[in-house]
Design a protein around this ligand. Sequence first.
Ligand SMILES: [Mg+2]
Length: 319
Amino acid sequence: VRELVLLNHIYLANAQLDAATVVIPPGDDMGCVRIGSQEVLVTVDQIVDGVHFNLAATRLEKIARKAITRNLSDVAAMAAIPVAAVAAALLPRDLGQDRAEALFDAMRATANDYRCPLIGGDIGIYAGPLVLTVTIIARPGPVAPARRSGATPGQGIFVTGVLGGSLLTYQGHTHHLDFEPRLAVALRLAELLGETGIFRGAMIDLSDGLATDLGHICTASNVTAELWPHCLPISPALAGDRLPGAPGAWQHALTDGEDYELCFTAAVEAMEGLTSLEGVPVTHVGTILPPRSGPTISLKWPDGRVEPLTARGWEHHSS
Ligand SMILES: [Mg+2]
């Protein structure tokens, strides 16, 4: 994961783009280009056996589903509407024709479930692990795409669903495979927070954990944040100290990653009394603060104690 992040930085540093065509440059959950009068959003993502899933221990259909849904989570992060997908696959030699067909059948079925038909692809066979690469194109929802840069001091920080424990299986549900991309919630938010065609707030989907992903909002928006760890919605998969030596469920909620929930900022009044959208819980977990020297994100406990957040997503998780 560290290597992937490093490569992203190389790409961002070298990008020289025409602002008339490129509406949203690299650095958000999707890029956006203008084609004639139409704005088109695009994202590409890759999953690799041994890195993002374990082929030997996972049903092929679930892997195929995840290849589509983690891209759809990026579409949700922009409050956009999926249009179509294309997929490229590198298959290990020993996978076999039947399993290859089952894989693509499941990708196609998932894409259809979300009205984002698979319209093309490329399949190769080689002496290496299974790699699935999916590109999704989308169009803007009811307002201009939500960005990471839309947070302003005084806004509340909100998350959908529950966080942490995404790799654990609880009541037959393994979150990192079975999650629901929050497309419907994002469109409701765009209606709720959209004003004069603009999404009043910032939004990102939680792939690397709230600590890391909220950090991206802070950087893009030039703000800092205060999180309330005691308010985080904790996944039931973490209940009852299921992980020996666990540092605390709230810490898992901040750093486990692969939640594929939405984190967004909004005027607190706009969210007053709202505890769910489209049947999905929405929780107020902190406040956006002005830029300052020191830690980007701090934790505020009920007794008023404030401490810097130093653990950062996967980096912390893997150390
Ligand atoms: Mg994302």
